[in-house]
Design a protein around this ligand. Structure first.
Ligand code: A3D
Length: 315
């Protein structure tokens, strides 16, 4: 069976885990690219040797050659530095912008029909940069963060209430950082509002732990950041696109008037199918949620201006 071609750029923790999950789930023939000689090749070879045990038929190959991007349906970008303890995502801005800008240009040249999913931090700003430098339409450039932040929230609630994680539904919108916006009013457990199961103080604690979810793992690992749940989350998005599922998932998208916001990349619910972002889904928000989303968008807008200044001064 011919599988779609998906390229993962960056064969580090997130990229390699993503590549393996794509293969395990039978979603794609995977190419893994990294600048470090041997890294992508070695990991891809190792993954391909799990095929007889796991029973997947797709190929996994690794290379340093960006020409291997050709023919990709989806390009997932995980290239760049990850946080160390004490670092904010914004501390990665200049270094990762210098990676994402050229990578996006190269994707546009070599895989001009691809859907581009960015994972590199600071996420919302790297999506804005990838959109600008690729010249792709906004339907084909997005960032992974909302699926992960929502999964963290759902996992914490499920653990606290001893229910299956899939019994908890909930979405986190906004920027991938301190100003993320959990839609508290719509979190449910077995279909019932979470507020019937958890006192407000305790729910507040879980929301705060969700916002700090990345930093909690960075502090434990001490060298590098989370990668299992991030990889699962980006593969969920890729699967929705490859299988044309029209699934509604939170993702970082460029807004053009939706939610009253324009000219900013931020986490919102989007419908994902073969074309990429089929539409931004406008959920009814409470006044507080709308205000929180606006504050989050303002922070990203300021960041986009700062990024432009950083890039101008580097010239
Ligand atoms: P890491 O394990 O360091 O892997 C990054 C890889 O990128 C390394 O192998 C590098 O050699 C490679 N690389 C650097 N420049 C290039 C290039 N130009 N072309 C190809 N490869 C390159 O990091 P990681 O996998 O843990 O994290 C990767 C990125 O994802 C970081 O920026 C993280 O902050 C980010 N991240 C984001 C989330 C979100 O939820 C948004 C979650 C987890 C990680």
């Amino acid at each position: 069976m011919t599988l779609p071609h998906v390229t993962v750029i960056g064969a580090g923790q997130v990229g390699a885990t993503t590549a393996h999950l794509l293969a395990l789930k039978g979603l794609a023939d995977v190419t893994l690219i990294d600048v470090v000689e041997g890294l992508a090749q070695g990991k891809a070879l190792d993954m391909s040797q799990s095929a007889p045990v796991e029973g997947f038929g797709g190929s996994v190959r690794g290379t340093t050659d960006v020409a291997a991007l050709a023919g990709s349906r989806i390009v997932i970008v995980t290239a760049g530095l990850a946080r160390k303890p004490g670092m904010s995502r914004e501390d990665l801005l200049a270094a990762n912008a210098n990676i994402i800008g050229p990578v996006a240009e190269r994707v546009a040249k070599t895989a001009p029909e691809a859907v581009l999913i960015v994972v590199t931090n600071p996420l919302d700003l790297m999506v804005a940069l990838a959109l600008q430098r690729s010249g792709f339409p906004r339907q084909r450039v997005m960032g992974m963060a909302g699926v992960l932040d929502s999964a963290r929230l759902r996992a914490f609630i499920a653990q606290r209430l001893s229910v299956p994680p899939t019994a908890v539904q909930g979405m986190v919108l906004g920027s991938h950082g301190d100003l993320m916006v959990p839609l508290t009013s719509s979190i449910t457990v077995h279909g019932e509002p979470v507020t019937t199961r958890l006192p407000p103080g305790e729910l507040e604690g879980i929301l705060q732990r969700t916002k700090d979810g990345g930093a909690e793992i960075v502090a434990l690992l001490k060298q590098g950041s989370a990668f299992y749940a991030p990889a699962s989350s980006v593969v969920e998005m890729a699967g929705a696109i490859l299988r044309d599922r029209h699934a509604v998932l939170p993702a970082c998208a460029w807004l053009d008037g939706e939610y009253g916001l324009r000219g900013v990349c931020i986490g919102v619910p989007v419908q994902l199918g073969a074309a990429g972002i089929e539409r931004v889904v406008e959920l009814p928000l409470t006044t507080e949620e709308r205000a929180a989303l606006a504050a989050s968008a303002k922070q990203v807008s300021d960041g986009i201006r700062n990024l432009a200044a950083v890039q101008a001064s580097a010239k």
